[in-house]
Design a protein around this ligand. Sequence first.
Ligand SMILES: NC(=O)c1ccc[n+]([C@@H]2O[C@H](COP(=O)([O-])OP(=O)(O)OC[C@H]3O[C@@H](n4cnc5c(N)ncnc54)[C@H](OP(=O)(O)O)[C@@H]3O)[C@@H](O)[C@H]2O)c1
Length: 329
Amino acid sequence: MVYQASDKRYEHMAYKRCGHSGLKLSKIALGLWHNFGGVDQYENMQRLIQTAFDRGITHFDLANNYGPPPGSAEIHFGQMLANELKPYRDELIISTKAGFKMWDGPYGDWGSRKYLISSLDQSLKRMNLDYVDIFYHHRPDPETPIEETMQTLDHIVRQGKALYVGISNYGPEDTLHAVRILRDLGTPCLIHQHSYSMLNRGVENGLLDTLGELQVGGIAFCPLAQGLLTNKYLKGIPEDSRASKSHGFLQQDLITDEVIGKVNALNDIAKERGQSLAQMALSWVLRHEIMAAVLIGASKVSQVEDCVACLETLHFSQEELTNIDGILS
Ligand SMILES: NC(=O)c1ccc[n+]([C@@H]2O[C@H](COP(=O)([O-])OP(=O)(O)OC[C@H]3O[C@@H](n4cnc5c(N)ncnc54)[C@H](OP(=O)(O)O)[C@@H]3O)[C@@H](O)[C@H]2O)c1
């Protein structure tokens, strides 16, 4: 059956301006790091993407290396674009990245002009796109001059292969440096993608303030700590979970009694708020003014639906925030 997007798709999602830019992002974005590779079921991917779009998620996040095998998530997304999503291209924000190892030899990793330009060309081919909406440098490169990497991002925008650029996993100082170079080149840095969740608060030590000062939007990856900040691991490790998969990035040794104790206590607060724990974890990240969106992953349609519903209860009382801090400290 031909996919027809829901005509109610913009009724329940919230869209937020990303930093000082013209671009609004859906507050919930869907990432294709897990569950969209060659090891996964194509029909499930289709259901996830269609459900997300039907619920107002317009932003889909990829990277050259998502799979496994690397590149397969982009190929699958390209197939869905060619088949069911084609009429909706202008309603989508598609991002991809380069910065981690993608191919052998000295030109398939890090941040050189040679790597970034070849990699984006490969990504565009895999997705059968003329341009992506956002292209990221995936991680800082300690060896390549940051000027070269930023000049390449500027060049990519001028070539029309990306509409906007962003950086990911850059610390506060490197962020300041990169954003200034891009600004001088005339291609503003749209967005910074970083890990942020109740179990990983590192960005509170400077990065969020830096983004606020620079007016660069933030988007949080792993806002559910890869599933730990949900009720799924409260009674052990379910068979179909990321932690149980050999290609999953969630290490079982992270699921300690101490962590589960905290997750249980957070779950009680979530219940009092009338939310699932996943919903509370997402609302908690979105409470920062500079956060444009949370970037979730999902293996099931019901997870996408559950996560999107976090938008119904975004507000936290001071007491709730203090209690959460107490659990996390
Ligand atoms: N820039 C970077 O360096 C970087 C790094 C990592 C990720 N990312 C991006 O961030 C995206 C999201 O990362 P992530 O997948 O780790 O995010 P996450 O949202 O923290 O974890 C997603 C996992 O949580 C579980 N889940 C989601 N919603 C749930 C719900 N409502 N109830 C119960 N369980 C739920 C699912 O686990 P199960 O699969 O076990 O069901 C799902 O696969 C990636 O796809 C990628 O686009 C970027």
